[in-house]
Write a protein that binds this ligand. Sequence first.
Ligand code: IPE
Ligand code: IPE
Ligand code: MG
Length: 225
Amino acid sequence: MSNQPCHIAIIMDGNGRWAESKGENRTFGHERGAEVVRTITTYCANHSDIHRLTLYAFSTENWKRPKLEVEFLMKLLERYLKNEKITYLSGNIRFEPIGDLSIFSKSLRKVIDDIQNATAACTGLLQSLALNYGGRDEIVRAANALRDSGALTVESVGKALDCQHDVDLLIRTGGDHRLSNFLLWQAAYAELFFTNTLWPEFSVDELEAIIKKFKTVERRFGGLN
Ligand code: IPE
Ligand code: IPE
Ligand code: MG
């Protein structure tokens, strides 16, 4: 039997470089990147062997960027979640953020809450956006939450994380070969695929090609096949 890409996670990298290569401001790349999020999410929603799609949208380290870029990303996120409600509902897609949302503005948190509540009964794809997300931060928050509950186990820590599901297929666009603090726990046995394609140019065709390759990989999980 071939592998099923039940949980796909993507590090959507390269927006800024894509825009700059066109002589545009980095924000232009983020705008285009948001359109690709819609395309890839819709594709995954239409494929029943894909149950979860977790997308890295803003890391705990991305606050280091210039204030104007951070402000733009916050506004873009708010606009995207408002405008795309129809995409989620018509595609039966449930939205669930991961990350520490407490740092966001009240208005952004309200939009995040709204879309999460509005899609709570959707039974198709579960799409998670990682927002102010860092794998280390997630593990530390989980460990703190469990502080008074005795000895920790792999199961108890796993259940206290924002994202409680192992990743099957992890893709990074943009040419770099690193995790940048994404899903450190959940990617323990993920298959890693790296592509030089910048996120605004990532396509359904390329995702299909990666999934095809993923299906042929022998996953041993430490055992022998
Ligand atoms: C990824 O693209 C999007 C975010 C991190 C918000 P980048 O903005 O990192 O684009 P590059 O990597 O600088 O080209
Ligand atoms: C990772 O990309 C974060 C997101 C895609 C949201 P970065 O561009 O922030 O990663 P580094 O700085 O190149 O490692
Ligand atoms: Mg980058």
